[in-house]
Design a protein around this ligand. Structure first.
Ligand SMILES: O=c1ccn([C@@H]2O[C@H](COP(=O)(O)OP(=O)(O)O[C@H]3O[C@H](CO)[C@@H](O)[C@H](O)[C@H]3O)[C@@H](O)[C@H]2O)c(=O)[nH]1
Length: 910
């Protein structure tokens, strides 16, 4: 029990008698959950207010249908003596706030129930006495704090209490009434439903936005009342009127702060506001760098936490332990080029990550500002001839996967503002440049390329227009929005000064004394490239912000910084490619002059050579997003892959080169310009792997030297290689006994080297681990619906005169090959057990064969020892753990179900 046996208000169904009941220690039930529980004597502060039901039509109708409970008090000095320091501190804080409320105003006649003194006393026993607060004169900006106080008193204390005896607990509603001189406006209802297991299942925060935007925002009071169902019937009790105070951030959580923009914001706030605690959360993704936060590192008001916004536990923990009252949410996948590849990463980070943060705000109920950082890209492209910029109320029409996820995140933010009254502000910014930016973005990329004397690759014809703001100006904009931004509002952070990409390139060439004619190359455009973003920037200017840094100065400062810090980002060769991919960063190939002639470049800027249009009007001629290069045309899997691509409309070509001939592979890549390479080539031996025992050098040449060469060439070209490998590198052992259900995992060390084939496959797999551009798919005993194919495991065993009978993991190609394509689209890398979950034995398969295909079919079994006499090399038998694949593709069928669905049902003979 120790520190956990504390809580605040009892809700019981025992009627008025409960009001005088003092709980004993035994009755203080064990509460596990958030650390802060509040004890207070609210009952004595209650005031009967029978006028309230007249507003009942504004309340949800179910309010009156569910039995409500009595509210009472808990004052128990024994319990109080067990209060944690934090609790006492909280109570003192509340007392301070009450004391600080402004004095009674002379003319209060038009405001209800405001004749009580403003008191909140903690007595010698640490008991709290709260009296109704009389209404003070207030200003609109004062309102927020009271909301928080209310949450402090009521909602946070209702979060997840786990109560050991839940049967006494029921449902209650805490209702907020917003009084203004002219009207009573219903603000929000806390519906606290204590379920059987004692968990609060639902609650609703006040919609502070409504208060803020109210035309008569002065002289407002928030009334917290509670609907009660006592023996006398339903009535509403007013608990307290709250007055309002000004919002000042105290403990700010900045997400993504090791990234570019947020690092400037964090460093600025740490420097300018020593009284604010700045907690930064960053997962240190490829484009962030702790060095970006060096200026803050030794400051007392700064704290860095490495972690992912997608982790609800971490976020909840941080909000609570750091008493966060403000969130500035910058963390996101931001690079448009990447989003044309693995857009699921964008959905995961930008939408799901934001959702986790919002939910944490809802649950902890303590956030007074949630500043959500979005982008001008959510508006979609602006017409070239538009003279009026996108206003904050403009429609959102994102055009690329990145901006679509940002728009999606915005919708969630808006919804949490509306549904739960989370005080949200959204910003939509133009392009930003300056020190600390990862060089995948135009300006730092071109600076680094220029520093290395390389060509500057321009997407399309370079007429795309962007508006660039210097990072310090943007940091200042966030400082202004933090302090002056209005809750519920959106702010464009923009400049009217626009620049074509080609002009940016020319300016950089000029500052590096480079000849732009020879230093600029035109390359294929993005699948879609917004022509222009044009913002109406007036609203933020009205808050007093304006751009300070002119382009010429900003660019010079930026070049100076990159020149002085050439190695800030380490090996960024992958990012300097014309169209970088996330998987190539950091690291990747060197972009040298030889590769500068890469086929993705277009040698002259003539419009006719542009593959991709630069405006809305010519969408139809866009470059396909995918193109596969497949090795293994004559093989079974290579052939099936080609058929699948045809079916799915994915452009592909088979490689002409031989795996062990590097230059032929490079030529293939130059000619075909693939987005992904599939390796389904290799020798498996004819009629079976025994062939490899007598053809060892041929096996090494293709399976080892060839596969490694292809991986290396792909890496050099920034390409993902989907490599079909084998799971026949394991055999059952003591840690993974047959029938145990314990399968070999991706990270397990191969333990089967019985055949030369398997031995070399295990070696290659080990070496391929060094290549971060390779996705290894461990196939086992492949099966397809084509029962005539001699490579098909079913065909094989149905033709053998005798078969062993051992359960094994297997791969149903009809189900899994489409998954391999999806994995390529998702740019997945690393090792994957590429089998259906579970095992199936030879006999089980042959039973199915008999049932579905040939009722007369018969077979004979023999033992492994007997089998050994008719084969040259031993075979591997094992169970693979397919849970990693199943997690990525939850619809993946267990082996037996997959066999029936994909193989036997379609071949069923009636
Ligand atoms: O090697 C390159 C890289 C980029 N570009 C072009 O340069 C322009 C700017 O590209 P980039 O620097 O990648 O920025 P945007 O795609 O405009 O997106 C940036 O600016 C947005 C605000 O407009 C933010 O939301 C994004 O997160 C941020 O990446 C685009 O037309 C690109 O096609 C090239 O021509 N060559």
């Amino acid at each position: 029990m120790e520190n956990k046996k504390l809580f605040m208000i009892e809700l019981s169904q025992r009627g008025n008698e409960a009001s005088t009941h003092h709980w004993s220690n035994d009755q203080i039930t064990d509460i596990i959950g958030l650390p802060h529980k509040f004890i207070g004597n609210f009952y004595e502060a209650f005031e009967e207010n029978h006028d309230m039901p007249e507003h009942s039509d504004k309340l949800p109708c179910d309010l009156y249908e569910i039995p409500l409970c009595e509210t009472t008090k808990i004052i128990n000095s024994e319990v109080l003596s067990n209060l944690s320091d934090k609790m006492v501190e909280l109570m003192r804080m509340i007392q301070e706030i009450f004391k600080a409320l402004p004095p009674k105003k002379e003319d209060t006649s038009d405001v209800h129930n405001l004749d009580h003194e403003n008191t909140c006393v903690i007595d010698n026993h640490n008991e709290i006495h709260v009296s109704t607060v009389r209404h003070p004169p207030v200003t609109p900006s004062d309102i927020q704090q009271v909301t928080i106080i209310v949450r402090c008193l009521f909602t946070t204390d209702f979060i997840s209490p786990k109560i050991s005896n839940p049967t006494q607990w029921s449902v209650t509603y805490l209702r907020f009434q917003h009084h203004s001189p002219s009207s009573d406006t219903h603000l929000g209802v806390f519906k606290c439903f204590l379920s059987k297991d004692g968990i609060v299942s639902e609650k609703k925060m006040i919609d502070t936005r409504d208060i803020n935007t109210s035309p008569n925002a002065s002289n407002h009071v928030i009334t917290l009342s509670m609907n009660q169902n006592s023996r006398e019937g339903l009535h509403t009790k007013k608990i307290i009127d709250f007055a309002m105070a000004t919002y000042t951030p105290k403990n700010i959580l900045i997400t993504g702060a090791a990234g570019f923009i947020a690092s400037h914001v964090a460093n600025r706030l740490v420097r300018n506001y020593p009284d604010y605690k700045i907690v930064v959360l960053d997962k240190l993704d490829y484009c962030s760098n702790l060095k970006n936060l060096l200026p803050s590192q030794s400051s007392r008001n700064f704290k860095f936490v490495k972690g992912d916004i997608g982790s609800a536990d971490l976020v909840n923990y941080l909000l609570i332990t750091e008493s966060i009252d403000t969130i500035m949410h910058f963390a996101a996948q931001t690079h448009v080029d990447n989003s044309f590849g693995n857009s699921f990463e964008f959905t995961k980070n930008n939408i799901y990550g934001t959702h986790v943060l919002l939910e944490a705000c809802k649950v902890t109920g303590q956030i007074r500002r949630f500043i959500h950082v979005s982008t001008d890209e959510v508006y979609g492209e602006t017409d070239e001839d538009a003279v009026v910029g996108n206003h904050e109320a403009s429609q959102l029409l994102p055009t690329n996967p990145y901006s679509a996820t940002k728009a999606g995140a915005e919708m969630l933010v808006m919804a949490y503002g509306r549904s739960y009254g989370l005080p949200v502000i959204t910003t939509r910014g133009n392009n930003v440049y300056g020190p600390n930016q990862f060089p995948e973005k135009l300006i730092p990329k071109f600076i680094l390329l220029a520093m290395r004397g390389k060509v500057l690759p321009i997407h399309g014809d370079g007429t795309n227009v962007r508006s660039y703001l210097y990072c310090e100006d943007v940091a200042e904009a966030f400082e202004v929005i933090l302090h002056k931004g209005e809750v519920g509002h959106v702010y464009n952070v923009g400049t009217k000064k626009e620049r074509r990409v080609i002009d940016v390139a020319k300016d950089i060439c000029q500052l590096f004394s480079m000849d732009s004619e020879t230093s600029i190359k035109f390359v294929e455009n993005r699948p879609f490239n917004d022509q222009r973003y044009f913002l109406d920037d007036q609203k933020l200017k009205n808050l007093g912000w304006s751009e300070r840094t002119v382009w010429e100065d900003g660019l010079k400062k930026t070049i100076e910084w990159y020149t002085q810090n050439p190695d800030w980002w380490g090996d960024v060769s992958g990012a300097l490619l014309p169209h970088p991919r996330m998987l190539m960063m950091p690291g990747g190939r060197q972009f040298d002059s030889e590769e500068g002639k890469d086929t993705s470049y277009i040698s002259s800027p003539s419009q006719t050579q542009m593959v991709v249009p630069t405006s809305k009007s010519s969408v139809s001629s866009q470059k396909p997003a995918l193109k596969f290069l497949i090795y293994g045309r004559t093989g079974w899997i290579g052939g099936l892959l080609g058929q699948l691509c045809d079916k799915q409309g994915i452009p592909f070509e088979y490689g002409k080169g031989r795996l062990e001939d590097r230059s032929s592979l490079t030529a293939d890549i130059r000619n075909i310009k693939p987005t992904h390479v599939f390796n389904a080539a290799g020798v498996t031996g004819r009629p079976n792997v025994d062939w490899c025992e007598s053809h060892k050098t041929e096996t090494i040449r293709t399976n080892v030297a060839g596969t490694l060469t292809l991986a290396d060439v792909c890496r050099e070209h920034g390409l993902l290689m989907m490599n079909f490998a084998t799971g026949c590198i394991f055999e059952y052992d003591v840690g993974h006994p047959q029938g145990s259900g314990i399968g070999f995992k991706e990270e397990d060390k191969p333990n089967f080297t019985g055949s030369f084939y398997s031995k070399t496959k295990a070696m290659v797999e080990e070496l391929l681990k060094e290549y971060n551009n390779v996705c290894t798919l461990r196939i086992r005993m492949p099966i397809s619906s084509d029962l005539n194919n001699p490579r098909n495991f079913i065909t094989k065993i149905s033709r053998y005169s005798k078969v062993v009978n051992i359960p094994n993991s297997m791969t149903i190609l009809d189900e899994l090959l489409p998954i391999s394509i999806e994995m390529a689209k998702r740019n997945l890398t690393g090792i994957w057990n590429f089998t259906n979950p579970g095992v199936v034995s030879h006999n089980e398969i042959l039973e199915m064969y008999k049932k579905y295909i040939d009722p007369k079919f018969q077979w004979a079994n023999f033992t492994l020892e007997e089998q050994a006499k008719v084969i040259v090399a031993p075979r591997s038998n094992n169970e693979m753990d397919a849970s990693k694949l199943k997690k990525e593709f939850p619809e993946l069928l267990p082996i037996k179900e997959s066999l029936i669905k994909y193989v036997f049902e379609p071949n069923k003979r009636t």
